[in-house]
Design a protein around this ligand. Structure first.
Ligand SMILES: Nc1ncnc2c1ncn2[C@@H]1O[C@H](COP(=O)(O)OP(=O)(O)OP(=O)(O)O)[C@@H](O)[C@H]1O
Length: 455
């Protein structure tokens, strides 16, 4: 009998009660009183020759799929694969790293954090004066490449902590570890009493994060995006609209609120991402270059917003390539070089410690100057400030001197440089200023090659 005949037979047997000629395939064996009785066959059974329409097998597969995919989602949700990957990497790569000798401020902060962590473990103290403690954080991507090298720092309530470093210094990797995107190779972080290592969800619930690249759903409008984030942050349904209106207005996004985010300009996407990090008033906010591509008016506006949220006790961890921004916002900052903190402290402290004194920039004429003229100019400048004058940099016809004695009178500086300018034709112009944060940064950043990559 062909399969199609069987299907026909079963369909007929189900839908009609037919008179029963002996040769009818439907009634071969069950002909009763001249009629073929209706045969009810259950669909909820495994299909076989007599019952090919049964869907038991499919139902079983669907049930197995449900359990399987639900389990898979749970494993992903609880980072089981990431943790396994992390464990495997730790086993393969180890956690031993080479660290350069640490500056005293970095070392002191490390010891302070470690002692707090020890005390918290013994329940002898709460981290009241630090909302977040990061200790001994390491990220190894390859055995030969460590992106973050054993960094430790604490952030106080209401503090803005800045992370500075050239491209590839390890700032974003640090953020990615603290926001759960990367599993640290070693080390941990604590926000209030929640540990990143074993209470990740509670830890992350304390954080607002503006990533370096805007993580927005381009098909939603700005308003919808903020409504979504307000709800995720636990803002009550009755308050969502108030909160969304507040942040749209603070970020100057009202006129774009009903436009799809995908059509926003780069600067407006940054503003929206920052608002998404700030909405719902999380206790600590990570901002990865929040003002890159933002116009100067909006940037200053954001600075005002960030200053006011600090006053209400929220803390900010910020990365930026704008020294002006760091000077305006950060209470403390750390400079990262090659994945490691090379200095740490308040801005004035860093300027005093690493850039004490004055900066003289000498612009040289481009044409008609010889190497000999430049050499004798350098000798003259260095001899004139015999209390200490160091040539820090020389590029594109600019000499950058650091006069190390902070007590040198401004009058002496100007008289000397005027005399030098009169005597050396090679000097086109000069400027004298106090040492800036940028100069402190550059003096450290030079220690890292401009393109550190593992690729
Ligand atoms: N998933 C990864 N796998 C391998 N190497 C990585 C990975 N992510 C980052 N790196 C490397 O780690 C180093 C630090 O990168 P990171 O993005 O943290 O730098 P950054 O300081 O944030 O730089 P930028 O200022 O450009 O944002 C870089 O050399 C980068 O190539």
């Amino acid at each position: 009998m062909r399969f199609s005949d069987l299907v026909l037979k079963n369909n007929r047997c189900k839908i009609e009660q037919i008179s029963c000629p002996q040769n009818d395939i439907c009634c071969e064996s069950v002909c009763k009183d001249g009629y073929c009785p209706l045969i009810h066959k259950s669909y909820i059974a495994f299909a076989n020759i007599d019952n090919p329409n049964a869907v038991g097998e499919q139902l079983l597969y669907m049930a197995i799929d449900t359990v399987l995919y639900f389990g898979l989602i749970m494993l992903i949700e609880h980072d089981v694969f990431k943790k396994l990957h992390g464990m495997l990497m730790r086993m393969i790569l180890g956690t031993e790293i080479e660290v350069q000798e640490l500056e005293s401020d970095v070392l002191m902060e490390k010891e302070r954090v470690n002692s707090k962590i020890r005390a918290a473990a013994l329940q002898q103290s709460s981290a009241d004066d630090d909302i977040m403690l990061v200790h001994n954080l390491i990220k190894k991507f390859k055995s030969s490449f460590v992106a973050v090298k054993d960094i430790s720092f604490g952030v106080a309530p209401g503090e803005c902590f800045g992370l500075l470093g050239i491209n590839g210094a390890g700032k974003t990797t640090t953020f990615r570890m603290l926001t759960g995107d990367e599993i640290p190779s070693s080390g941990d972080a604590v926000i209030t009493q929640y540990r990143l290592g074993n209470e990740k969800h509670k830890f992350l619930a304390q954080i607002g994060y503006c990533p370096q690249f805007d993580a927005i759903n381009e098909t939603l409008t700005g308003r919808e995006m903020l409504q979504l984030f307000a709800s995720l942050r636990g803002v009550s349904r009755a308050n969502v609209d108030n909160e969304v209106n507040k942040w749209l207005s603070l970020m100057g996004l009202q006129q774009y609120e009903n436009r799809k985010c995908g059509t926003y300009s780069g600067g407006n996407k940054r503003k929206l991402s920052t608002a998404m990090a700030l909405i719902g008033d999380p206790p600590i906010i990570f901002l990865d270059e929040p003002t890159s591509g933002v116009d100067p008016v909006a940037r200053r506006n954001l600075w005002t917003v960030l200053t006011s949220i600090q006053k209400s006790g929220q803390s900010v961890v910020l990365t930026s390539h704008s020294m002006e921004e760091c000077e305006a916002l950060c209470n403390r900052l750390a400079i990262m070089v090659g994945g490691q903190f090379v200095c740490m402290g308040g801005i004035q402290y860093l300027k005093q410690k690493y850039g004490q004194g004055f900066t003289i920039m000498v612009k040289l004429r481009v044409v008609g100057i010889s190497e000999k003229d430049v050499m004798s100019l350098k000798n003259e400048i260095e001899n004139s400030f015999n209390t200490g004058c160091i040539l820090k940099d020389e590029h594109q016809g600019l000499l950058h001197y650091h006069v190390t004695n902070p007590n040198t009178p401004w009058r002496y500086l100007f008289i000397t440089m005027e005399r030098v300018k009169q005597h050396f034709e090679v000097v086109e112009d000069y400027t004298i200023s106090e040492t800036t944060l940028e100069q402190v940064f550059l003096s450290f950043a030079k220690a890292q090659p401009p393109y550190t990559s593992v690729n």
